[in-house]
Write a protein that binds this ligand. Structure first.
Ligand code: NAI
Ligand code: MG
Length: 361
């Protein structure tokens, strides 16, 4: 049999990024071994981090994006350090990849795992499972605006941070959400908006949603203001299947969703360039967690589940499903990291997942 080789650019970044990326790569390594030579992952690590930035004056060196472009996917840890302003690190590394690579669809599943306590009482006796689809290329994070606009000096500074909503940008992410909803048991898309207060961008967003919805008569729809949606996440999450939202709204809602599922450390995400013109990037939702970095206690599940989304993107859906099953078996068995109330280390949780993978394969 011929081996299918996928090349992965890994960027551990800062803080716990290194630990959780190592955990995900260990799992991918196991997937390759279990395939009996059918698949292989060729991983190249890039040392771009805040430490690297402080030494070199940039996160991504000249020609860095061209190097990434040669890979089938990017596996990212986190970026953020107390030595660098957060907007410098985020724009210097993460957004410096998602934007030029037009990774306009950010998929963030909210997954409730057995054996993990949710702060939601409802989670005990209801099957909860929904996906936040985040517009990932424009909106509130378009990076448009400026400082010192008044020209009048200290005490009179004016800053402008503009949201950009294009009809094409709205349409492609909303259509993506409907296509995804079609593949799910509950065929429903909830549109998150704020068109009562934001009468330009969000009204365009609503209009595009209404127009696209007509092409999917079999998919149920609803439109909910973002403030009401945050309440709905807590009170009626059983009504959710696919939730489509702008860059900022979805950023906030997906953290809420992962906290409701038990911890930020569980949440996976895929930054997709659906046209596959550029590599897509897979990363846990959480940041560099400087408060626990270096202790070996971080939860690797967000990163490992992000690796399973990468397997989906490679067309290895059976392998992706096995990874998800292994994760679920491990939490069900009560092998939990500290953020989930357990006392297992990052490596112990990862090895337990590897053992489960070998057992169920
Ligand atoms: P954070 O996600 O790093 O941490 C928030 C809280 O959750 C902390 O108490 C942390 O210990 C805990 N936590 C996060 N991931 C965990 C895991 N895998 N296991 C166990 N506990 C976990 O967010 P925070 O504190 O707001 O930001 C820290 C740094 O990360 C900042 O510099 C920020 O800019 C950056 N950041 C980077 C992101 C990225 O690279 N995509 C996303 C979010 C924040
Ligand atoms: Mg976030």
């Amino acid at each position: 049999t011929e081996t299918q080789t996928f090349s992965i650019a890994s960027i551990p970044g800062d803080g716990i990024g290194g630990e959780v990326v190592a955990a995900g790569l260990r799992v991918l390594d196991t997937v390759a071994k279990l395939s009996g030579g059918a698949v292989d992952f060729d991983v190249t690590e890039f040392p771009w981090s805040s430490e690297y930035y402080l030494e070199n004056g940039h996160y991504i060196p000249e020609g860095g994006l061209d190097q990434l472009q040669k890979h089938d996917a990017i596996y990212f840890g986190a970026v953020g350090s107390s030595d660098v302003a957060d907007h410098t690190s985020l724009w210097g590394l993460r957004l410096a990849i998602t934007q030029p690579f037009d990774q306009w669809a950010n998929i963030r599943p909210v997954t409730f795992l057995p054996g993990v306590e949710s702060p939601l009482r409802k989670a005990d006796d209801t099957d909860l499972d929904w996906i936040v689809v985040r517009e990932n290329s424009e909106g509130e994070y378009a990076g448009m605006g400026g400082r010192n606009l008044s020209g009048r000096g200290p005490g009179n500074e004016v800053a402008l941070q503009t949201s950009l909503h294009t009809e094409k940008g709205c349409e492609r992410i909303i259509r993506f959400a409907f296509d995804l909803a079609r593949t799910r048991t509950t065929k429903k898309v909830s549109c998150v908006t704020k068109s009562n207060a934001q009468q330009f961008g969000m009204v365009l967003w609503d209009e595009v949603f209404a127009r696209v919805a007509k092409d999917y008569p079999e998919v149920e729809t609803e439109s909910v203001l973002v403030d009401a949606m945050s309440a709905k996440f807590v009170l009626h999450p059983e009504d959710l299947s696919v939730v489509v939202a702008s860059n900022l709204h979805a950023d906030i809602l997906s953290d809420l969703g992962s906290a409701l599922a038990g911890s930020l450390g569980l949440a996976a995400s895929a930054n997709l360039n659906p046209e596959r013109r550029f590599p897509s990037m897979f990363e846990p939702v959480h940041g560099s967690a400087p408060d626990i970095a270096g202790q070996g206690v971080s939860n690797p599940i967000g990163a490992i589940s992000s690796a399973s989304l990468m397997l989906d993107q490679f067309g290895l859906t059976a392998e992706a499903e096995e990874v998800r099953q292994a994760v679920s078996n491990v939490t069900e068995a009560g092998i939990l990291p500290r953020d989930l109330g357990g006392d297992s280390t990052t490596v112990e949780v990862t090895e337990a997942i590897v053992t489960q993978l070998e057992a169920i394969h």
